[in-house]
Design a protein around this ligand. Structure first.
Ligand SMILES: NC(=O)c1ccc[n+]([C@@H]2O[C@H](COP(=O)([O-])OP(=O)(O)OC[C@H]3O[C@@H](n4cnc5c(N)ncnc54)[C@H](OP(=O)(O)O)[C@@H]3O)[C@@H](O)[C@H]2O)c1
Length: 482
């Protein structure tokens, strides 16, 4: 038997540490040896809960199962693991170290079985190294960032050149991130999330529910919303009362306008709005209101929702997170033809232009509305039902390099939950770092184009509160009338 033991002290409360570690599927966030960890037993973690892990082992992917055998909240977690030729017994003990800190003692006993047992002396130093890396990863995941991360020089240069930037959109980019921990609890906070029924929205909702959020789930189909709520409960073990569902066909402005006051009544103080619903269409099409479909769902809906939920967001000092796309890098804004009528329809272009418009509008809004933090982000390339449907060739060719939905959702959850992400309003994020909004010559939005975009939106909804705030901001401080 090989025994490994490491002790760390982290600046987090006993309960926060316990709740994070007891769901061992978080090991994919902190243990570099774990590629994927999935909780197989639905609902809250308890004795008997099983986790299926896929380990990175000397360039191979190896399955391993863990089962919780003892829980003594918040002081001890004991798990048994089993893989081919290996049994593990992990004992994690937690103690209050004073001043809001927790001492974590991680002990792992490994027993090799079968022919592998003879290799034990060779395996010992290797196991010790990966054990140390795992516990160092846990320490990072439980240590709040002192300041908002900024990209290093190499990273910055790579993101100025299209090809290396695009390569980082694959799962490689996510796996290279130094800290993947999502450990900041958001108990008692309320988030609206659009498009929670599939892909990134579902993964975001699962993770935020695990962190304790109350979620107002906005989707267009009642059955899909119910199915999503049940999957979120199974994943996170959250209470049924943490999730409320709201039906709205978001490609219609009238529906956004109908649902906004309902959401406002459900959450007079809103901690976060996650504008995630989006779509790319192969064919040109218009909504019942006469708007090109990609424009309607990717720009008009998130814009109006931010606008109409602004008072509730301001009441809580909340955050808006708009899910944009790296595809935006390939397109300039065409404010003179927002409905895409002047040239033959190209779904990728229409989608990218709408996303660019949203990112630009949000960047401008951030300066005018200081009480709310506005974030734009892009998720890289993730395998989701949306991508499989709208980009089947891309999906098939890049399948083995694509991120999974939780990797694509990582930065959304981080922006919603990390204390350091309460600032930095108006930036464009990818893999938890701010990025440039334009890479190619001629794709940066000019002040004239910005003005045209806002005029276009004002022509659709003349009294939009967000646009009014932009006008007031541009005109400078409003004189005191009293
Ligand atoms: N996956 C990627 O690689 C990638 C890359 C860049 C950006 N994005 C962005 O990430 C976001 C999520 O995309 P995804 O890949 O997760 O796609 P997805 O699997 O198709 O999920 C999209 C979600 O949006 C909802 N939705 C779409 N149209 C709607 C409408 N008219 N009204 C209400 N809800 C609507 C869908 O609801 P239903 O279940 O009812 O269809 C679904 O919940 C999108 O904004 C997308 O543009 C994704």
């Amino acid at each position: 038997m090989i025994r490994l033991e490491e002790v760390i002290t982290v600046p987090r409360s006993l309960w926060e540490c316990y709740r994070y570690i007891q769901d061992f599927s978080t090991s994919e966030q902190w243990d570099p040896g774990v590629y994927r960890a999935v909780k197989q037993t639905p609902g809250p973690v308890r004795v008997g809960t099983q986790f299926d892990l896929v380990l990175n082992s000397a360039g191979r992917r190896v399955p391993m199962q863990y089962r919780i055998t003892r829980l003594s909240p918040p002081r001890e977690i004991v798990m048994q693991g089993e893989a081919e030729g290996l049994r593990a017994l992990d004992t994690i003990s937690l103690d209050d170290a004073g001043h809001g800190r927790t001492r974590i003692r991680y002990r792992a006993d490994f027993t090799f079985t079968g022919p592998v047992a003879r290799l034990e002396p060779v395996l010992h130093p290797w196991l010790r190294r990966i054990g140390r890396q795992a516990v160092a990863g846990l320490e990072r995941a439980l240590t709040p960032e002192a300041q908002r991360p900024v990209p290093g020089l190499r990273d910055r240069l790579a993101h100025r050149t299209v090809l290396p930037a695009a390569w980082s959109f694959t799962e490689r980019g996510y796996l290279r991130m130094p800290n993947k921990g999502l450990s900041h609890r958001v108990d008692g906070k309320t988030f609206v999330i659009t498009g929670p029924t599939s892909g990134l929205g579902l993964a975001t909702a699962c993770e935020l529910a695990r962190l304790g959020a109350r979620l107002l789930l906005v989707g267009r189909d009642a059955q899909r919303l119910q199915d999503a709520a049940s999957r979120i409960r199974d994943f996170s073990g959250c209470e049924a009362a943490q999730l409320e569902t709201f039906e709205a066909e978001l490609s219609r402005l009238s529906e956004v306008e109908r649902i906004a006051p309902v959401l406002q009544a459900a959450a007079p103080k809103l901690d976060g709005l996650i504008n995630n619903a989006g779509a790319l269409f192969a064919e040109h099409g218009v909504t019942e209101e006469g708007h090109e479909r990609a424009l309607a769902i990717n720009l008009l809906a998130p814009w109006r929702l931010m606008s109409l939920l602004l008072p509730t967001l301001e009441a809580a000092g909340g955050r808006v997170i708009n899910v944009a796309s790296g595809g935006m890098y390939a397109q300039a804004l065409h404010p003179e033809d927002m409905q895409f009528l002047a040239e033959p329809y190209d779904g990728s272009k229409a989608y990218a232009r709408a996303k660019r418009a949203l990112v630009d509008l949000t960047g401008t809004v951030a300066a005018a509305v200081p009480g709310v933090t506005f974030h734009n982000m892009h998720p890289g390339w993730a395998a989701t039902p949306g991508v499989a449907r709208s980009l089947p060739t891309f999906n098939a060719r890049l399948q083995r390099w694509l991120r999974d939905a939780r990797m694509g959702a990582d930065t959304i959850v981080w922006l919603a939950s990390a204390p350091v992400a309460a600032g930095g309003s108006g930036q464009f994020w990818f893999d938890r770092r701010p990025r440039p909004v334009a890479l190619l010559p001629g794709t940066a939005v000019t002040p004239a184009q910005r003005g045209q975009l806002q005029e276009f939106l004002a022509s659709l909804v003349p009294d939009d509160p967000l646009l009014a705030r932009l006008d007031r901001h541009a005109a400078g401080p409003i004189p005191d009338q009293t």
